[in-house]
Ligand binder design. Structure first.
Ligand code: ZN
Length: 87
């Protein structure tokens, strides 16, 4: 079992959380003019970095999205914060 810290609720079991997307990913615009290939890449392709990464997660219990910094190799969580604030 691993604990993630929701910035709104505090430490909780990882089973309460769901990965949403990589942080810093921007939606291609204007969406109506984006090719199907580029749109599919935006929706489904992830960089999947090895090591420290910043991601957007959902705490399913409270319904809040937030930024989570973790290491994909060691699984260490190094920070979490509400979206729109600095980590
Ligand atoms: Zn929460």
């Amino acid at each position: 079992m691993q604990l993630f810290t929701c910035p709104f609720c505090g430490p909780r079991d990882e089973t309460e959380f769901q990965f949403a997307t990589e942080a810093g990913k921007t939606r291609p615009e204007p969406a109506a003019e984006v090719s199907a290939e580029r749109w599919a890449k935006y929706l489904y392709m992830k960089d999947n970095p090895k090591g420290p990464t910043r991601e957007i997660w959902l705490h399913v219990t409270c319904g809040e999205f937030f930024a989570l910094e973790r290491d994909t190799v060691s699984h260490a969580v190094t920070g979490s914060m509400a979206l729109g604030s600095d980590l």
